[in-house]
Write a protein that binds this ligand. Structure first.
Ligand code: SF4
Length: 232
């Protein structure tokens, strides 16, 4: 496992927390809208940051920070090293938020069971029927993601589901299907796609604010709290 990015202070990545963010290189998906393409496609080309440097900084700032967000790439690809890193951070008294694509439900359960994690943000890439379109892998089997979804719906951990909404990928039919899939969820965020320089497949577009609000209304019967993110 390689740490390939470290944002020392953020108020954006861990809701209601002053946090640092650790970026882990490598991913098992190829989402066309991914804005971390260098971490996903060429992780070896991005210099690694020594774990000890990160832990040393967190130790100095532990009285100021509330927690640490671990994101990627896909951190759960590296179960043992990730668990060790999380333990080291928890020993400093900091909370952990993990961003994941949900492909390692066993690790999520293990982290929750061992009280090593405080918040999970799980990406729902699309309806199960059109998952492959939004992760760049044809005929993708969503069973592992579904296992993570079902686990979070009944687990004690605080969590959110979220989807980056892309005009070319998401229709109202997909949104309804997602609502039925994650029915009973506490919170779900529709994140408007934003163009950036490090996109895997440039040329995608966002839906209008009106369309996103219509999507949110479609989800209301299924989910307690639905909010838009990144909408101007
Ligand atoms: S958006 Fe997340 S899951 Fe998709 S390719 Fe990028 S890092 Fe991987």
């Amino acid at each position: 496992m390689r740490i390939q990015g470290f944002n020392k202070t953020t108020l954006l990545d861990y809701p209601k927390h002053l946090a640092s963010t650790i970026f882990i290189g490598g991913c098992n998906m190829r989402c066309p809208f991914c804005h971390n393409s260098s971490l996903v496609l060429h992780p070896e080309a991005v210099p690694a940051i020594p774990v000890d440097d990160v832990l040393s900084h967190l130790n100095k700032r532990k009285n100021v920070l509330d927690g640490v967000c671990i994101t990627g790439g896909e951190p759960t690809l590296f179960a043992d090293e990730l668990t060790q890193l999380i333990k080291s951070i928890k020993d400093l008294g900091l909370k952990i938020k993990l961003d994941t694509n949900g492909t390692n439900p066993a690790l999520l359960k293990n982290l929750v069971d061992n009280k090593l994690i405080d918040y999970i943000a799980l990406d729902i890439k699309n309806s199960r029927e059109n998952y492959g379109l939004s992760i760049g892998i044809k005929n993708y089997n969503t069973n592992k993601v579904n296992e993570s979804v079902k686990y979070l719906l009944t687990s004690p951990i605080e969590y959110e589901f979220r989807t980056t909404i892309v005009k070319e990928h998401h229709t109202s039919r997909d949104i309804l299907s997602i609502g039925q899939w994650i029915k009973g969820a506490n919170s779900y965020y529709l994140q408007s796609y934003k163009d950036s320089e490090d996109i895997i497949s440039p040329g995608l577009h966002s839906h209008s604010k009106d369309t996103l609000e219509t999507f949110a209304q479609l989800l209301a019967p299924y989910i307690n709290k639905v909010e838009l993110r990144g909408v101007d």
